[in-house]
Design a protein around this ligand. Sequence first.
Ligand code: G3P
Ligand code: MG
Length: 250
Amino acid sequence: MIPDVPVFDILPKIVGHRGACGHAPENTLASLKKSAELGAGFVEIDVTLTRDNIAVIQHDTDVKRCSNGSGPILLKTLAEVKSLDAGSWFSPDFTGERIPTLKEATGTLARLKLGLNLEIKPTKGWEVPTAEQVGRELLDYWPGDLPLLLSSFNIEALVTVGEMLPGVPRGYLTEAIPPDWERRLAEAGCASLHCEKYFVTEDKVAAIRKAGYRILVYTVNDPEMAKRFLDWGVDAIITDFPDRMLDKLH
Ligand code: G3P
Ligand code: MG
């Protein structure tokens, strides 16, 4: 069931990046658990597809950086993806950690009562099939009472998933804030802009909020910087270290 949760009314100021990827291997179930343990109420993770069309949690096109394997994830079956060790590259403490499916991640998030910012991260050229499959899976098993915010750098993916799940808010991801940000947000039907920290100014935050949009900033690991953004009216900070931010804000 697709949620009818007013996400921006309950979005916490601190969102764990790829789980809590400063403390645990990114985009794994261990990283989700760590984020919850550190007090984050909401996490961001990346979703992409396997060769057999299963949505899995992974940032890069190639599995090399975050596992003991190599090669494009889109050319591997789920069984091949599941045979990889996605923990020991980070630390021996996480040896045996696997790349989770979106379905497995959903189960863990529901148990931990963690809201999700799901970033659709297609292999280039595979934007529409990725968005369609993610949409189908969410329609199939996403729990109705768990907050969900979708995001992507790709407008086609945002439009595709928006047609399938019109009630779920979407965020448009950018690095620099484009001059035509308002047109792009409207075109993609987005409620929020998610920007790289270097390009965020107080004036831009004010203009985005004044136009009726929300703004999230990534990846902020310095608590002083986070505080400044929040003082300017940024809705949430996406961080590798939720603990550092929460300590500072409390
Ligand atoms: O969603 C915020 C952030 O995760 C976007 O960049 O490369 O970390 O997925 P990236
Ligand atoms: Mg991401």
